[in-house]
Design a protein around this ligand. Sequence first.
Ligand code: DQA
Length: 138
Amino acid sequence: MKIAIINGPNLNLLGTREPDVYGSQTFEQYFQQLKLKFPEVEFSYYQSNIEGELIDEIQRRGFDSDGIVLNPAGYTHTSVAIGDAIAAIKAPLIEVHISNVHAREDFRKLSHVSAKARGTICGLGLKGYELAVEWFMQ
Ligand code: DQA
């Protein structure tokens, strides 16, 4: 089972970025735990702050993975092109948000990704990533 994890802008700062909203763990620390929890999964991990690079990675992984877990971060609310990329690939994709975007500013309620994703998990912290992996593995 090949699962690609893709994180969008500013998620490279997890751990120090608004810890009251996003927690105090870095994604690298969490990713180590995730790999230990699912030793049978072949994970890839990619993070970029650049929209086109995220689209390139979605296209690359979209035809050779069994599933993609994507946190598009701020691009969720602005990127028609990321939504289009998800519609163009073969692999099922789960959208994950660490925070509960529906309990925050109004602009976070709009997602260009949700309608193209297989499902969305939000508000459950980093745990959302492993719940997405579990769904792919069932
Ligand atoms: C986020 C929520 C987005 O609104 C925000 O722009 C992010 C992170 C989350 O994981 O909660 O950068 O995707």
